[in-house]
Design a protein. Sequence first.
Length: 115
Amino acid sequence: MKDIDMVKKVILSCQFLTPPVFLYGDEDEMLKSLGYVPQKVSGPVDISNLPISASLREAIAGWDQQYQNTFNRPYPPDSGFSSPDLKVAHVKQGTELARRLQEELGEGYSVEYKP
């Protein structure tokens, strides 16, 4: 069984004007493995640095772009999907992407989806 302290926490979540994948916690070793200078920070990660397939990278990028396209720059409070059905479909797709991300990253990672 993996030591819980060795598992790297990854969050998949769409937020306006930021990448969809985040690292959380004291992830010195993970940051080193992704080419970052080690530090005790949390924040967005460039998905091109994750050890995942190109098809999953493209799927995550497309999913995030769908969300970013709902941003209303002139009046941000009006941002969001134009119908509840579109939002439900996006959340469902996010759930599947998180499952695939967990599968590809493996047991050394804990992937959580936050719709």
